[in-house]
Design a protein around this ligand. Structure first.
Ligand SMILES: N[C@@H](CCC(=O)N[C@@H](CS)C(=O)NCC(=O)O)C(=O)O
Length: 211
């Protein structure tokens, strides 16, 4: 199988870390989003939405969307479980994973997309034509990130990982969100968020975090 990938972008990294945790490797095709490699006819014939990550299986089947790709890897390589193990834990992990996406990753992307000069006419990602960036959305994204950090700090006061006692996909989403927010959106973990710092140090020390 083949992963259409892009370094520096948070969603493809989520898949790379997920695979690394499972000990799964595959061919990677690096596409440069800023240069528009994801909007060429060649890539759009594989994923008409022009989004990464995109996974192509050996039989040609194409799977896009980070969590759908992770679900495929989880089903084909069940150990270690990263998406819960029974009805309740699967639901809880999914809930926490969505919180990380909705409360953290989307605001970080909003903050970056609407302030990065190279995306002035690409305010929305993928194959959607010209969409002007809106500066106020960058500010709104940063304000949302502040709320995200503070809430996460409270949540991590009495639990080791984002969804409880075990490392899961929710930690992967949170790690990629925070590293992206710190770098691309210039919104690092605030000094006041000691629990988030403790958690971030622990998950960053895992081998998979290098992916
Ligand atoms: N909901 C999608 C979002 C994927 C996404 O936003 N990918 C970004 C990279 S992080 C992308 O491909 N952007 C293309 C662009 O900016 O034109 C997922 O979870 O996979």
């Amino acid at each position: 199988m083949k992963l259409f990938d892009t370094n520096g972008a948070p969603n493809p990294r989520r898949v790379r870390i997920f695979m690394a945790e499972k000990g799964v490797d595959c061919e990677k095709v690096e596409l440069n989003i800023v240069k528009g490699d994801n909007l060429t006819d060649e890539f759009l014939s594989i994923n008409p939405r022009g989004m990464m990550p995109t996974l192509q299986l050996d039989d040609g089947t194409v799977i896009d969307e980070t969590v759908a790709i992770c679900r495929y890897i989880e089903e084909s390589h069940p150990e270690p479980a990263l998406m819960g193990t029974d009805a309740v834990s699967k639901a809880q992990v999914e809930s926490r994973q969505r919180h990380m996406e909705w409360d953290g990753l989307l605001p970080a992307m909003e903050a970056f997309r609407n302030s990065f000069p190279g995306f002035a006419s690409r305010g929305l990602g993928g194959n959607v034509g010209d969409v002007p960036a809106i500066n106020e959305l960058a500010e709104r994204g940063k304000a949302s990130l502040e709320r995200f950090y503070n809430r996460l700090n409270d949540e991590l006061s009495d639990q080791q990982y984002i969804a409880g006692d075990n490392f899961t996909i929710a930690d992967i989403t949170a790690l990629c969100t925070i590293d992206f927010a710190a770098g691309a959106a210039r919104m690092p973990i605030p000094d006041s968020c000691a629990n988030v710092r403790r958690w971030h140090e622990a998950v960053s020390a895992r081998d998979s975090a290098k992916a």
